[in-house]
Write a protein that binds this ligand. Structure first.
Ligand code: SF4
Length: 179
């Protein structure tokens, strides 16, 4: 394994993620079907984030950016749930994952001049995104979602040799950084 990837994995685990592993960026499949799912707007962010479709650019433009990277690191946060409807722990795990990912990306940006972070869901750097009324407040810190790049998260996990879902009554959030 490349030394830079090893460094990032150690950094991710020190940040507190449940798991971190190498991601082969060359094996990524960018699917228009995932972009189509964004249009269904089940997350409510379609057209409301500078980092999500349609404002993040076309899939072709996103693929061109992602193809500059050949490796990366996948990170996961897993939290326990009391039952299948334990929204409190789901939200809490999602919040922990987002905070750790922002901290991890900040460290990775300090260590490496050129990285591409992709988060779990829309950019949450600001309490409310300025989209579409005024320009992005932090273009240097904003984090696009894996879905914005047309990535099927379970497929990326599988290709990286890591499970997408874990034990029963747990919830897992996945993000990545390309290098
Ligand atoms: S940094 Fe703020 S304004 Fe920019 S995409 Fe993220 S949430 Fe929106």
């Amino acid at each position: 394994m490349d030394g830079d990837i090893q460094k990032l994995i150690v950094c991710a685990l020190e940040t507190g993620f449940s798991r971190a592993c190498e991601l082969d960026a060359k094996s990524l499949v960018f699917m228009p079907e995932v972009r189509d799912m964004c249009k269904d707007n089940r997350c409510g962010k379609y057209g409301k984030s500078w980092m999500c479709p349609p404002h993040c650019g076309t899939l072709e433009e996103s693929v061109k950016i992602a193809k500059r990277f050949s490796s990366g690191v996948l990170v996961q946060t897993t939290g326990k749930m009391d039952d299948d409807f334990d929204y409190e722990n789901m939200l809490d795990t999602g919040k922990r994952h987002k905070e750790m990912f922002e901290a991890f990306v900040s460290k990775a940006r300090t260590a490496f001049s050129d990285i591409l972070p992709m988060g779990a869901g829309a950019c949450q750097m600001c309490e409310t995104c300025s989209c579409p009324d005024s320009p992005c407040r932090h273009p240097d810190k904003a984090i696009p979602s894996m879905e914005a790049y047309g990535l099927m998260v379970n497929d990326v996990c599988e290709k990286s040799g890591i499970a997408y879902l874990h034990e029963k009554l747990t919830i897992t959030y996945t993000s990545c950084v390309l290098l």
